[in-house]
Design a protein around this ligand. Sequence first.
Ligand SMILES: Nc1nc2c(ncn2[C@@H]2O[C@H](COP(=O)(O)OP(=O)(O)OP(=O)(O)O)[C@@H](O)[C@H]2O)c(=O)[nH]1
Ligand SMILES: [Mg+2]
Length: 191
Amino acid sequence: MKINKTELTKTVFVPKEIILDPIPKILFIGRSNVGKSTLINKVIKRKQMAKTSSRPGKTISINYYLINDEFYLVDLPGYGYSKISKTDQARVNKLMDAFFNITNNIKLVFSLIDSRHGYLKSDMQALSSILEKNLRILTIFTKSDKLSNSVLKNQLKNQQTTYGLKVIPFSAKYENSEFEILESIEKGLEE
Ligand SMILES: Nc1nc2c(ncn2[C@@H]2O[C@H](COP(=O)(O)OP(=O)(O)OP(=O)(O)O)[C@@H](O)[C@H]2O)c(=O)[nH]1
Ligand SMILES: [Mg+2]
C-alpha cells in the first residue's frame, strides 16, 4: 500500500455532519492518550496532520483523512478520559452512537491498546457496541518502545491466549513500525 495523497477532509463535532458517502472507511479507536493521532500521522507520514498532545482528550471530534482519493482513515475521539466535562462526555457519546449507527462501508476497526496494560475491562465496555455490530477488529499495541522485548513478547502471547486475538505491536519511535498496519489496511479494503 502506497500513500500518495492525504487530505484532512472533515472534522466533525455533531451527528448531522457525519459523512454518509459510500467511500470505504478504516477506523482508529482507543483510550484517550493511547496514541491514535500519533499512529495515524506515522501511517500517512505527516508529522502534524492529526493533532497530537501530551494532554489527553484532545481529539473530541471525529477526523476524516481521505487517502489516495480512495478511502478514509477515521480518527475517533478517545474514551475513558475522566477529566473531560460531563457535558462534553455526553456530547461525545451521542456523536459516537450516531457514527456507528449511520456510517456505511466500515471496512476495518483498529482497536488501539497501550501495550503496557493490555485490554482492560473499560476497553471492553467501550468496544462492546462495536463488537455487537460484527465489524472486523484488529488490535494494535501502542507505545511498544516502553517495554523491553521480552516483556512485550509475553504481553502479546498473553493477549493471544486470553482473547484469541492477533495483535500488531507498534511504536511511533521505531522505523517502519507502520508497515504491518499498512498491509492490514490494504487487506481490509479488499475484503
Ligand atoms: N513513547 C511513545 N510515546 C507515544 C507513542 N505514541 C504516542 N505517544 C505519546 O503519547 C501521547 C498521546 O498521543 P496522541 O497520539 O495524542 O494520543 P491520542 O490517542 O490521539 O489521544 P486523544 O486524542 O486524547 O484521544 C503524546 O504525548 C505522544 O507523543 C509511542 O509509540 N511511543
Ligand atoms: Mg488524538
